[in-house]
Design a protein. Structure first.
Length: 98
């Protein structure tokens, strides 16, 4: 049986990863925008992003816009590959062909 990646498999992290995978390679999204899209609290989103970042699936860039801090997120190359593998494994579990 195919094993689903436990880092991605948690519902919140799957939603985050799927959202980031929908963004073209090289693009990124601001933390508040992702928070709004997913309807998650800042703390909850941060906690799940930390796990994805620890797995090197997400790249977090902290910068400033004027005097305000800004955080941008993107799926890393490794994260994109892990998400594709996860989707292939899920299709296999469901009996579908990739």
């Amino acid at each position: 049986m195919t094993e689903l990646d436990p880092v991605i498999h948690a519902a919140a992290r799957l939603r985050i990863t799927a959202s980031l995978a929908a963004i073209p390679v090289g693009d990124r999204i601001a933390f508040p925008r992702l928070q709004e899209l997913l309807d998650m609290t800042a703390g909850n989103l941060s906690t799940h992003l930390r796990k994805l970042e620890d797995a090197e699936y997400v790249t977090v860039t902290k910068t400033h816009q004027g005097r305000s801090p800004a955080t941008y997120l993107e799926l890393s190359k490794r994260g994109r590959r892990a998400f594709e593998d996860y989707m292939d494994a899920l299709r296999s579990v469901l009996g579908e062909t990739p």
